[in-house]
Design a protein around this ligand. Structure first.
Ligand code: NZQ
Ligand code: ZN
Length: 383
């Protein structure tokens, strides 16, 4: 196990009917901005609950944060924060709203061009405090220090992180996820599964706590993920999926172990260039990364096959192949497409898809050996 330091300070408030609990966690007298997306919270009763809980506070709203949130939209919110002298940000939504809120919280105090935070690793030294009311179980953003922001004018999608960006609290009522459309539920299941994979499916580091924890999270996500589409209002299934998704990306399983993240980085171009949802990109790319890296990842692929998919027979190569197939089959069971051709994307598109890797000189993966040429091979495997 590698050395590590970690400190996850997020207060989690989890369970049925907990939305009214958060005002106690916000400093008295705060001027709050409530941030949300395209309006789903107005159709499913979450908005009313939030507004009722905040009746004693001065509240400003900012709506219209889009999936894969844009820098351009965030900068509009920054202006309102300044005009209204807001001093606390409350994100009510999925990963996109929470990520946008993290960027806004950083941009408000950033000296210089805020896009540098995302594109040049600009150091964040002060942020506005933020809290999250989660409406979609997927990204773990409610309990982590990361965010992903896109910029329309340059067609970029990039991630950034800072220990200052952990929310003060995460309010999670699994009942709020009942109203999600089935494809968003599937997105959440697949995204959270692949968050575990990015931190687990590398090479052995004899980190038993992280490995067993990761394996149990994947088992929960596969077991409950397969059930949830037919049982959308089953509280226990939703609760298990929500808590699994949070734990899949809140530091714990990733400390002290090598990490990959190549599927995520390669997937961003599919979102920017073809509009695929974040999880849709991952379901296409990950089987390609597994295939391309099958030798380097062999020991962990065998463990994944055995512990999560029950694959115990056959020679080594055969078991690796069967495990890659089982992973892809799981995504298909969730109703996801797993091939570029299913999205009408052909070989001629691949050069543009690897352009961000080329331009930024990325060397991705746990061995830093996925450059743009390797990325091209990975995309070719997914045609
Ligand atoms: O905008 P509204 O109207 O709210 O609708 C949203 C949106 O259209 C809808 N939705 C959310 N909760 C709902 C609901 N509809 C009905 N009922 C509810 N309870 O779902 C749609 C998708 O929401 P979004 O927030 O975009 O989804 P998700 O949580 O999957 O977030 C995706 C974003 O997070 C980033 C992705 O790149 C993408 O930009 N990620 C962030 C990470 C992080 N911060 O750690 C890690 C991830 O790997 C990921 O990259
Ligand atoms: Zn993800």
């Amino acid at each position: 196990m590698n050395n590590f330091e970690c400190n996850n300070p997020v207060k989690v408030v989890f369970g049925k009917g907990v939305i009214n609990r958060f005002p106690a966690l916000i400093p008295e007298g705060s001027r709050i901005m409530v941030l949300y997306g395209g309006g789903s919270i107005k159709k499913n009763g979450i908005y009313e609950q939030v507004v009722a809980a905040l009746q004693d506070y001065k509240v400003t709203e900012f709506s219209g944060i889009e999936p894969n949130p844009l820098y351009e939209t965030c900068m509009k919110a920054v202006k309102v924060v300044e005009e209204q002298q807001v001093d606390f940000l409350l994100a009510v939504g999925g990963g996109s709203v929470i990520d946008a809120t993290k960027f806004i919280a950083s941009a408000v105090y950033y000296e210089g061009e805020p896009w540098d935070i995302v594109s040049k690793g600009g150091v964040i030294s002060k942020v506005m405090p933020l809290g999250a009311v989660l409406t979609l179980a997927a990204t773990g953003s409610e309990m982590n220090e990361r965010a992903v922001i896109s910029r329309a004018s340059t067609s970029e999608k990039l991630s950034f992180a800072s220990p200052l960006l952990f929310p003060q609290f995460a309010v999670m009522d699994p009942q709020v996820t009942y109203s999600l459309p089935a494809h968003q539920v599937a997105n959440g299941v697949v995204d959270s599964f692949i968050h575990v994979i990015e931190q687990y499916l590398t090479y052995p580091a004899n980190a038993k706590v992280q490995d067993y924890f990761a394996e149990s999270l994947m088992k929960v996500i596969v077991e409950e993920g397969i059930k949830v589409l037919d049982n959308p209002s089953d509280y226990d299934i939703r609760a298990n999926l929500m808590w699994a998704a949070t734990n899949a990306l809140n530091c714990w399983i990733g400390v002290g172990v090598p990490q990959d993240w190549s599927s995520h980085r390669l997937g961003y171009a599919l979102t920017v260039q073809y509009g695929l949802d974040h999880a849709q990109t991952l379901a296409v790319v990950l089987p390609g990364v597994m295939e391309y890296m099958r030798k380097e990842k062999e020991a962990k692929i065998l463990r994944l096959g055995e512990t999560v998919f029950g694959i115990t027979t056959g020679g080594t190569d055969e078991r690796v192949t069967t495990t890659i197939q089982a992973t892809e089959n799981f995504f298909r069971q969730m109703g996801m497409k797993t091939r570029l051709s299913e999205y009408g994307i052909s070989e001629s598109a691949i050069n543009a898809l690897v352009e961000p890797v080329k331009q930024r000189g990325w060397k991705l993966g746990e061995h830093a050996n996925i450059d743009w040429q390797a990325a091209r091979e990975i995309f070719r495997l997914r045609l």
